[in-house]
Design a protein around this ligand. Structure first.
Ligand SMILES: [Fe+2]
Ligand SMILES: [Fe+2]
Length: 326
């Protein structure tokens, strides 16, 4: 039988998976019967069926490390609550778009599968991601404008899902990103104040661990050409940099509520948030994920320092300023 990759190249799918289409598909079809059908289907699958957002924020100041930030401590109580609410919105929004892109990623991999087993695996992952999407949707504030604009992390995921070859997608999205997602969701779960959303996170965490595990099993046999190794290295450098930016949304909220921070104030906030230690820990985990899956062997030793480099508070501030000026 002819290898499907000779007839269906991954580049053929790029146009169908460009960012706008993967992330910005219409939320509702406008067909009431389809809406009813999908909602009934998801009601059977979701552990959060019937739940709504009942509190302003799902994580407290200690979870975000803001209890250590002088500027936050000095804020009036209502502004503190607003900051936590904005960060909760951010977490839910980000999860919503990750799950949405997860469905597109799985659809692409179903089409690129080279065996019935692989096709069945990605069909099952697609169903998980659709369920996760509806679980998260139950908690989005009515009227909350879900947006991915300006979120570099989401752009990276969407671009990789749209443009990457099967091997690149499996390595970057399924092994590295879903691997990071496991610790991210575990953290969210441990600090979550809402019992129902905590249950959702328990469920998502189990599924993401399985997605990551299957990615390791599949990608360990993938062969990378020299040009693919180069692409893989570039992606892993970008992902390493993004993992150093995980405190940025907190600083962004402080910028918004205070009307803007000076460079010194921002560096101090990063210090108080313990950026150096948190980034070092994230990058250590990232390295561990790539070592276990043997993906680190595909990255030239000359680039490994760059991939796994962690940033201190000063570097965070410099990158943040560059981001503001673009
Ligand atoms: Fe998911
Ligand atoms: Fe997943």
């Amino acid at each position: 039988m002819e290898n499907i990759k000779t007839t269906l190249d991954y580049q053929t799918l790029t146009a169908f998976l460009e960012q706008e289409r993967a992330m910005n598909t219409k939320v509702e079809s406008g067909q009431p019967k389809l809406n009813h059908l999908v909602n009934t289907l998801m009601a059977q699958k979701c552990v959060s069926h019937g739940a709504t957002r009942e509190r302003d924020y799902f994580w407290d100041a200690a979870y975000f490390g803001m209890d250590q930030v002088g500027m936050y401590q000095a804020m009036p109580e209502e502004m503190k609550i607003l900051a936590l609410k904005l960060l909760t919105d951010h977490n839910l929004n980000e999860a919503y778009y990750i799950e949405k892109t997860g469905m597109s990623y799985a659809a692409k991999m179903i089409l690129l599968s080279e065996s019935e087993e692989e096709k069945a695996l990605y069909s099952s992952i697609a169903c998980d991601e659709a369920t996760h999407l509806y679980e998260v949707k139950n908690f989005l504030n009515p009227g909350l404008e879900a947006t991915y604009q300006g979120n570099g992390f989401l752009k990276f995921i969407a671009d990789t899902a749209a443009q990457g070859s099967a091997s690149i997608c499996q390595a970057v999205l399924q092994v590295a990103l879903e691997g990071h997602g496991m610790s991210h969701y575990a953290n969210l779960r441990s600090g979550c104040l809402d019992p129902k959303f905590k249950e959702v996170l328990t469920r998502i965490l189990l599924d993401e661990a399985s997605h990551h595990g299957s990615g390791v099993v599949i990608s360990i046999n993938n062969q990378f050409s020299d040009s693919e190794k180069k692409i893989l290295t570039e992606h892993m450098i970008q992902l390493g940099a993004l993992l150093n930016c995980t405190l940025f949304p907190i600083v962004m909220v402080l910028e918004k509520l205070t009307g803007g921070l000076t460079s010194d104030q921002r560096t101090k906030v990063f210090e108080e948030l313990n950026a150096s230690a948190i980034n070092a820990d994230r990058l250590k985990n990232y390295r561990k994920l790539l070592t276990i899956s043997k993906l680190d062997e595909k990255i030239p030793s000359t680039h490994q320092d760059q991939v796994f480099q962690s940033w201190n508070s000063q570097t965070c501030n410099q990158v943040f300023m560059q981001m503001l000026s673009t």
